[in-house]
Write a protein that binds this ligand. Structure first.
Ligand code: AMP
Ligand code: MG
Length: 535
């Protein structure tokens, strides 16, 4: 690292803007952009960049040592005040279905890509600032982001990665020194909040909506260019683009999406805004807005108050929404297949259903410490468990983590004794009625019977269960505590949570408090159980 050029190790090769059609308009004003995949745009300068946190692992795979990340140049660059050598900034054009309705052009309204780093392993990583100012796609908004939503995005992307879930990453979180006005609940109470910028990192930020916009406009030439570019760049193993390869590609997107959703359901992650513009073509979790983590298990829960009436994006609906979104992507790609026959595309879409069903079964078997999902017994076993979990307020994370402690020798135990390891998981002890105990007791006995059939030693089963049932997740109230402190200028909790969530499956005895269920004060507090799209 050269002392005065700490970002020099970043090696840029900006293929997206080199190979795809550009918007010819050089000025930055809001508009419909036709016939182009992106517009060149500079981040808006900010007054006093100040680093809040960075992820050293992300810096490392980009080629930056930790000492480069604490320099002024780093904070200035990743707040948008200057471009490092090789950066060439742009915003991309996309559309999307929002809450089930076609919304037309959306685009990077506050995201500005800085370029693509090719690292020492030959991997391509796009760097993208979120909250770096107006772009041609900003519509009626300001292009900015506030500290609270930026802390949430920064921490959650890293937490998801360490849980083993496909996701975009986060390099840095920088305060801008400027304020941003937000009406958090759209109820006529606007407030000045600290502004911040997150630098996100992913092989590509391309969304379903990047393809949809060209199909919707009948611009099949650019649609084909973008598809071919994406296949060559991010799916080279599929071979040279052709109608047959488009189908294989689409099938792979279906598989990857299924895999991602299975993971979400495994850990109780609710995305909150699964619009087609928030679906990554790589099957990555993308756009952390009003997401949340299930505390008490509830298939109907969504943290997003903007979706409170229809609950379209509730936990239990995520698998079918992903399917619906993939169907919209299929519609967009159909014109490229040069056929009137929709059957092959339909068959590829059905791969999602199949992959999700199989993935879900394997995931549930893993969560229960079973070697595999038994078609004869385990449909009932899982269905009954989910009904029980839903029936009274039961913390999902704690329940599965504690279930591993079940002693399989305990066959003679009564209901109460049998369920004793699980008692930590309940929010309202008065809900544990005799009927509930009997029902859970019966289930636990059936489960023990199933475990005996497998003959795995308890210790081995525990280890396996602990590897898929996290001890630590980014509970909504934990993120809020970090935000409260960060807004007072104290970033220690952001760092502490980042470190904690690097090892979500490990017991961390000195961090036990972070595994506790949601405290009562957080039940109805904004930011803990209720979030809006305002960010
Ligand atoms: P989201 O609901 O966050 O996925 O955003 C939907 C669209 O609105 C995307 O095109 C975003 O880039 C854009 N958008 C969201 N917030 C802002 C903002 N503060 N300024 C400009 N564009 C925004
Ligand atoms: Mg979005």
């Amino acid at each position: 690292m050269t002392e005065n050029r700490p970002l020099a190790p970043l090696n840029f090769d900006n293929s997206f803007i080199r190979e795809l059609p550009a918007d010819p308009e050089p000025l930055n004003f809001r508009r419909q952009v036709l016939g182009a995949c992106y517009s060149k745009v500079q981040p808006t300068p900010v007054s006093r960049p100040r680093l809040v946190a960075y992820a050293w692992e992300v810096a490392d795979f980009l080629g930056l040592p930790p000492q480069a990340c604490v320099t002024d140049e780093f904070a200035e660059t990743f707040a948008g005040n200057r471009l490092a050598e090789g950066m060439d900034s742009y915003a991309t054009c996309y559309g999307g279905h929002q809450f089930g309705n076609w919304a037309g052009q959306l685009g990077d309204g506050r995201a500005i890509n800085l370029g693509e780093v090719v690292n020492r392993h030959g991997e391509r990583w796009t760097l993208q600032l979120k909250g770096a100012g107006l772009t041609p796609y900003s519509r009626n908004a300001d292009g900015l982001a506030v500290l609270r939503s930026s802390v949430r995005e920064f921490l959650c992307s890293e937490a998801m990665f360490h849980l083993g879930i496909p996701t975009t990453r986060a390099l840095s979180l920088v305060l801008t020194g400027d304020t941003v006005i937000r009406d958090m609940f759209y109820d006529g109470n606007p407030k000045a909040e600290p502004g911040a910028v997150v630098c996100r990192v992913a092989p590509s930020f391309t969304r379903f909506g990047n393809f949809q916009i060209f199909a919707a406009r009948g611009d099949f030439a650019v649609l084909k260019q973008l598809v071919d570019y994406t296949i060559r760049t991010d799916f080279p193993h599929l071979g040279e683009p052709s109608p047959a390869v488009y189908l294989k590609w689409y099938e792979e997107i279906c598989r990857r999406t299924a895999e991602m959703i299975v993971h979400w359901q495994r850990v109780g992650f609710v995305h909150g805004v699964m619009n087609t513009d928030n679906m990554s073509i790589l099957g990555l979790t993308i756009d952390y807005g009003p997401y949340g983590w299930l505390e008490n298990f509830d298939l109907n829960w969504t943290p997003n108050t903007t979706d409170a009436s229809g609950r379209r994006y509730r936990f239990g609906n995520q698998p079918s929404i992903a399917f619906w979104n993939l169907g919209q992507l299929a519609n967009a790609l159909f014109p490229l297949l040069e056929t009137d026959d929709i059957a092959p595309l339909q068959a590829a879409l059905n791969v999602y259903q199949q992959a999700f069903a199989e993935g879900w079964q394997t995931m549930m078997a893993n969560k229960l410490g079973l070697q595999q999902f038994n078609q004869e017994t385990d449909h009932d076993l899982c269905a009954e468990l989910l009904t029980i979990l839903q029936s009274i307020e039961t913390d999902m994370t704690i329940f599965f983590r504690r279930l591993a402690l079940l002693d399989t020798h305990n066959v003679q135990a009564g209901d109460w004794q049998l369920m004793s390891p699980l008692l930590d998981a309940y929010y309202l002890p008065e809900q544990i009625t005799p009927e509930y105990q009997a029902r859970l007791g019966a289930w636990l006995r059936a489960y023990l019977g199933r475990l005996h059939g497998e003959g795995l030693p308890d210790g081995t089963r525990r280890q396996r269960m602990d590897a898929v049932n996290p001890k630590y997740v980014l509970r909504n109230y934990l993120a809020q505590l970090a935000i409260d402190q960060a807004e007072q200028g104290d970033f220690t909790k952001v760092d502490e949570l980042l470190e904690l969530l690097r090892h979500p499956y490990d017991e961390q005895p000195d961090k036990e408090g972070f595994a506790a269920k949601r405290p009562d004060w957080a039940r109805q507090r904004a930011g803990c159980s209720m979030l809006s799209c305002s960010s």
